[in-house]
Design a binder for this molecule. Structure first.
Ligand SMILES: [Zn+2]
Length: 155
């Protein structure tokens, strides 16, 4: 199977949680609550389109279209993983900005002083930043929870 670098998604607006999770797994995922019509067609051209809207499905606008049936984000993710035969080796968790889809990069601890809460700065040693929206990431309990979910995804 392709690596996370090569699998790219466009996610329709009703599937926001699924889009967020695909970014957590490291997939290039185009999503914006206001992407509709022409813009959707444009972004979907070279991507796998995830939709649960029959009208969009019928348009056959993407190179590949996956129809999502579940209402639950975890099950939706399973549908995508099964449809594309994605394996655990294909994902790169926590490598991408959840907010804007840009790859994040390691940043010196000193560079984020004052930009994260003091107790975070004092207790964490490794930070990452998004060069686009400037959001700062660090390992925390939410990462552990996400890891547990990822583990369940591939068992
Ligand atoms: Zn960002």
């Amino acid at each position: 199977m392709d690596s996370a670098n090569e699998i790219r998604f466009t996610v329709e607006m009703t599937l926001g949680k699924l889009a967020k999770w695909l970014r957590i797994l490291g997939f290039d995922t185009a999503y914006a609550a206001n992407v509709t019509g022409e813009e959707l067609i444009d972004t979907a051209r070279n991507r796998s389109l995830l939709t649960r809207t029959k009208r969009i499905w019928d348009m056959k606008i993407a190179k590949e279209c996956i129809f999502i049936t579940s209402n639950h984000p975890f099950e939706q993710l399973r549908e995508v993983i099964l449809a594309l035969d994605i394996e655990k080796e294909d994902i790169r968790p926590f490598s991408r900005c959840i907010q804007c889809n840009t790859s994040i990069r390691w940043v010196e601890k000193n560079a984020v002083r004052g930009k994260v809460p003091d107790y975070i700065w004092e207790t964490q040693d490794t930070f990452y930043t998004c060069s686009h929206c400037r959001r700062i990431y660090w390992s925390g309990s939410h990462i552990q929870r996400s890891r547990d979910i990822i583990q369940r995804l591939f068992t």
